[in-house]
Design a protein around this ligand. Structure first.
Ligand code: AMP
Length: 532
């Protein structure tokens, strides 16, 4: 058959050609703006022409430092479609890591949101490769800044060529994007996405048995566009001509709820922290969420109690999914099989709160420390290994490649069980499992149960050293506003559900649980706080 390349050019050109009237709704610093794909298409070509004029060549990295909005979407397609590589930079990194990844990726141009300029200004003297800075703002006028040379995004787009021809020499295995992922220790690690990988990932997300994204959807990625390509939402939505609702800077639960309501969002995606926050907002009872057909949740384990609340209290279907920056990211997704729909509500919820079954196109296996596959009995634990066409095969120019990529498999560092239906359940990250008296305790299981307590907003469980048992669990708990609970009450709540030796030795009440730059519990910091 024909060996036509699978590139991102075909995605944006399809939207321009067949869905020119469909909309991208974008919240920026000044308000809401509406664009058609025809307009987005022209602006994207104009941006690509401007990048070319600034000296960006095939294979060069174009960094973005931005929230979720239409300009970021345009950059998502302009850079790869002219043969360059879109490097989405996490806006919450420390100055040290920020400098490291910009220099390591050798970004030639940086596109920066106006409110984030000070973060780049702070590190500008350390940057070794950047030749031009572009400020993304609704104004053409340049703001005061110490960055130089500094260009206005809107000026470049209005001076650019809206008929610019995209590159025709792109190989499907050429890099299209890159994203750095935080390491437990040391510098962030770079992951490169190919055109082919993102293309196939977009196809995977549109399957009826996965996220089923379609033209009729109104898609709102709350997951940041700097985190694993907002889980591929901007790519698949453009490919299908779906309406995109981009929620812009400073997404509070109120803004998210308002946008879901006002723009009839049908599917949204984000980490559990976001959905826990939104749940409280929805309790006000003032929002219409009736168009939501799915909330896609991943990045950390979704507590069963939260899934239940969304579905029973608000009639919002909830889909739990799993992936990593290294995997573009979708790997598994929890859906009921047709013969499971008659199970009891509790059994169905149990299945759907697991991380789920691998999506078509990928292979997984779960291995013990000898590399042998563990029993698929839902009990035996092992490390999850993944391979497939949208799974990275190395870290960009990084020695740590050899630790994670072996024999054609990605070693995820996630400890899971797999049941006889092929559904996986994450037990812990390798370093977060608690070993007490030689037996494993899953912090994730304890956390999920704690978060079902009516007074608890968030909970993270960590290991603390213990002279007798090696390690013992300690629960760190944030209570809901105006709710009270004592340590004894919390432990009593856990008692019926766990073996006695699983129960935390202590419950530490906190105002907030420290989080990583992408909203996951920062257990390293938590251990320091608790062990102090
Ligand atoms: P990141 O690359 O920042 O997206 O982080 C990937 C890691 O997040 C995985 O290796 C898992 O440890 C964790 N993760 C992602 N999705 C889930 C999920 N649904 N449940 C539990 N952990 C998850």
């Amino acid at each position: 058959m024909m060996d036509t390349p699978l590139t991102l050019v075909s995605l944006i050109e399809r939207a321009e050609k067949y869905f020119s009237k469909k909309e991208v709704i974008s919240r920026t610093h000044t308000g809401i703006q509406h664009f058609t794909y025809e307009e987005i298409g022209k602006r994207t070509r104009a941006l690509a022409s401007a990048l070319k004029k600034l000296g960006v060549e095939k294979g060069d990295r174009v960094g973005t430092f931005a929230w979720n909005h239409h300009r970021h979407l345009e950059a998502y397609f302009a850079a790869p479609s002219m043969g360059a590589v879109l490097h989405t930079i996490n806006i919450r990194l420390s100055p040290e890591h920020l400098t490291y990844i910009i220099n390591h990726a050798e970004d030639k141009v940086l596109l920066i949101d106006i409110d984030l300029l000070p973060l780049i200004e702070r590190v500008k003297d350390e940057l070794t490769s950047v030749k031009a800075f572009i400020v993304m703002s609704d104004e053409k006028e340049l703001p005061e800044s110490t960055l130089s040379p500094l260009y206005s995004y809107e000026q470049l787009v209005s001076d650019g060529d809206e008929n610019f021809e995209y590159a025709t020499d792109i190989d499907e295995n050429d890099p299209a994007g890159m994203c750095y992922t935080s390491a437990t220790t040391g510098k962030p690690k770079g992951v490169v996405y190919t055109h082919r990988g993102i293309f196939l990932h977009s196809m995977a997300l549109s399957m009826a048995d996965t996220a089923a994204i379609s033209e009729s959807d109104r898609v709102m990625p709350v997951v940041p566009m700097f985190h694993a390509n907002a889980w591929g939402m901007p790519f698949v939505s453009t490919m299908l001509g779906a309406t995109q609702v981009l929620p812009g800077p400073m997404m509070t639960p109120q803004i998210i709820a308002e946008m879901i309501d006002k723009y009839d969002v049908t599917i949204s995606a984000g980490v559990p922290t976001i959905w826990l926050g939104l749940l409280q907002e929805l309790e006000k009872g003032i929002y219409d969420t009736s168009h939501l057909r799915a909330i896609l949740c991943g990045g950390s384990a979704a507590p069963k109690s939260m899934i239940r609340s969304y579905e029973t209290d608000f009639n919002i279907p909830f889909i739990h999914a799993y992936g990593m920056t290294e995997t573009t990211p979708i790997v598994t997704l929890a859906r009921l099989k047709s013969y499971q729909t008659d199970l009891s509500e509790e059994e169905r919820l149990d299945i759907r709160s697991r991380q789920g079954t691998v999506v078509p196109g990928l292979d997984i296996k779960v291995v013990d420390e000898n590399g042998d596959e563990v029993e698929a009995d839902g009990e035996a634990m092992g490390e999850l290994l993944i391979r497939g066409p949208w799974i990275a095969d190395e870290y960009y120019k990084d020695d740590r490649t050899k630790d994670a990529f072996k024999d054609g498999w990605l070693y995820t560092g996630d400890v899971v069980t797999i049941d006889n239906e092929g559904s996986i359940k994450i037990v812990d990250r390798m370093g977060d499992l608690i070993k007490s008296g030689g037996e494993w305790i899953s912090s994730v299981d304890l956390e999920n149960t704690l978060m079902a307590h009516p007074a608890i907003f968030e909970a993270a469980v960590i290991a603390v050293p213990d002279p007798k048992w090696q390690e013992r669990p300690v629960a760190c708990v944030v209570l809901k506003p105006d709710k009270l609970a004592t340590e004894a009450e919390v432990l009593k709540f856990l008692e019926p559900q766990f073996a006695k030796w699983w129960l935390p030795d202590k419950v530490v009440f906190m105002k907030e649980i420290p989080k990583t730059s992408v909203g996951k519990f920062l257990k390293r910091d938590l251990r320091e706080i608790v062990n102090k």
